[in-house]
Design a protein around this ligand. Structure first.
Ligand code: GDP
Length: 196
């Protein structure tokens, strides 16, 4: 799949706008500021396909990008913004619930982006479990690897695996949206599920 052939298709703030056309869906989730937009932009080789530095107010929509005419890259709204109102948090929760429980069985693979520097948050654990409960394969990408010292990498990855209670065969990809580290590995894992 040629990830550089990606284009924005639509936003959905409501289940009636979810896409259910049978193409594989690769859903990306992560805490705000973890670098989800930067990871997506790195994958597609573009500076600003996904909007970096998105502000609260944009937190309750799902953005769909078509990749090479073959699959959907689904940018799920980030979570954990400090300044989001309770009603917006509830809207986010309802939207996620509807996406994960959609009867169209629309999810093909989940990509959870966590911060390589930190222990995953409770929200990260919750999101990881939502993917797991949906029954789709899940990939975790530990972003901002470039901010770690070499000796910190292994212990940090181990802490991420342990906190999320990842099975041994579940992939954890060390990633740097800044440097491009992990791009090929993540694409290979996505293609293994969605087709080349
Ligand atoms: P989002 O809110 O999850 O979409 O995060 P953004 O993509 O907007 O990134 C948040 C901030 O982290 C921005 O200042 C990015 O430049 C920075 N960032 C994202 N990925 C990396 C990375 O791999 N390394 C470094 N050093 N900074 C990153």
């Amino acid at each position: 799949m040629n990830f550089t052939k990606a284009e924005f298709a639509r936003s959905a703030a409501d289940p009636k706008d979810f896409l259910r056309d049978g193409l594989p869906q690769m859903a990306f989730a992560g805490r705000s500021n973890v670098g989800k937009s930067s990871v997506i932009n790195r994958l597609v080789g573009r500076k600003n396909l996904a909007y970096v530095g998105a502000t609260p107010g944009k937190t309750t929509q799902i953005n769909y990008f078509k990749v090479d005419g073959r699959a959907w890259l689904v940018d799920l709204p980030g979570y954990g913004y400090a300044k989001v109102s309770r009603s917006e948090k509830e809207r986010w929760g309802r939207l996620m619930e509807r996406y994960f429980q959609d009867e169209g069985d629309i999810l093909t693979v989940g990509v959870l982006i966590v911060d390589a520097r930190h222990k995953p948050t409770d929200d990260d654990v919750t999101m990881y479990n939502w993917f797991r409960e949906s029954g789709c394969p899940e990939i975790v990408a530990a972003n901002k690897l470039d901010k770690l010292k070499a000796r910190e990498v292994e212990p940090n990855l181990a802490l991420i695996r342990q906190t999320l209670e990842m099975a041994d065969d579940e992939p954890l990809v060390p990633f740097s949206a800044e440097k491009g580290t992990g791009r090929e590995q993540l694409i290979a894992l996505l293609e293994a599920v969605c087709g080349k």
